[in-house]
Write a protein that binds this ligand. Sequence first.
Ligand SMILES: C[S@@+](CC[C@H](N)C(=O)[O-])C[C@H]1O[C@@H](n2cnc3c(N)ncnc32)[C@H](O)[C@@H]1O
Length: 217
Amino acid sequence: MKVITSDGSHTLFVPALNEHYHSVNGAINESLHVFINAGLKFLKPTNLNILEIGFGTGLNALLSFVEAGFSGKNIFYQCYEPFPLSKDIYETLNYPELIQHPQALEVFIKLHESEWDAVIEINDNFHFQKLNNKIESAILPDNNFHLAYFDAFAPKIQPELWTEPIFSKIYKAMRAGGVLVTYSAMGMVRRNMINAGFTVERLSGASGKREMLRALK
Ligand SMILES: C[S@@+](CC[C@H](N)C(=O)[O-])C[C@H]1O[C@@H](n2cnc3c(N)ncnc32)[C@H](O)[C@@H]1O
């Protein structure tokens, strides 16, 4: 079920989980704050491998594509999504019209319609791979990713994902100096990240949330 958030951008509400895909205080604002500003813009390397847990609406991928163009970064973006949205849902989301970029709509549709597993060249500096898999069963390469967007449903909804074994798996797949960013700052989440080997900092959260976490390998 589509909902308009405070910045005018859509999010989805899942009645069975009683949970939204993004903050109702602004979906685009939250994605920019947590994933783009605290993650993508924070990292110095020009060539970046990004891992996303939960492709969902494709908002983080679209914003990363736009930022890659602005900053001249080359991005390989790999994401996991076991429960993809149907076309009648994603094609009515208003992100392409709100994110003012000449290719926003074309790229947004391409991201959703891209073949599972295949590495798709969106343009010279953005390559994209979507896997129809849960992160729990993913086989991740060692020392590969510079950046991880941890965007699963909240710990109270999916406690099995915010655990030490899952963070250890991601830690192993990340390069030294790489960062994982997420919107949750729960104490249990932070402790599980620390036990997995990360050095964790609390940053101010997106509108409506006090804190978020950035974990460094
Ligand atoms: C909070 S939503 C955010 C999605 C997305 N990043 C966005 O901006 O729309 C969480 C997403 O994680 C997906 N998900 C659920 N269980 C998962 C799992 N075990 N592994 C990976 N993704 C999962 C959900 O289907 C959903 O799309």
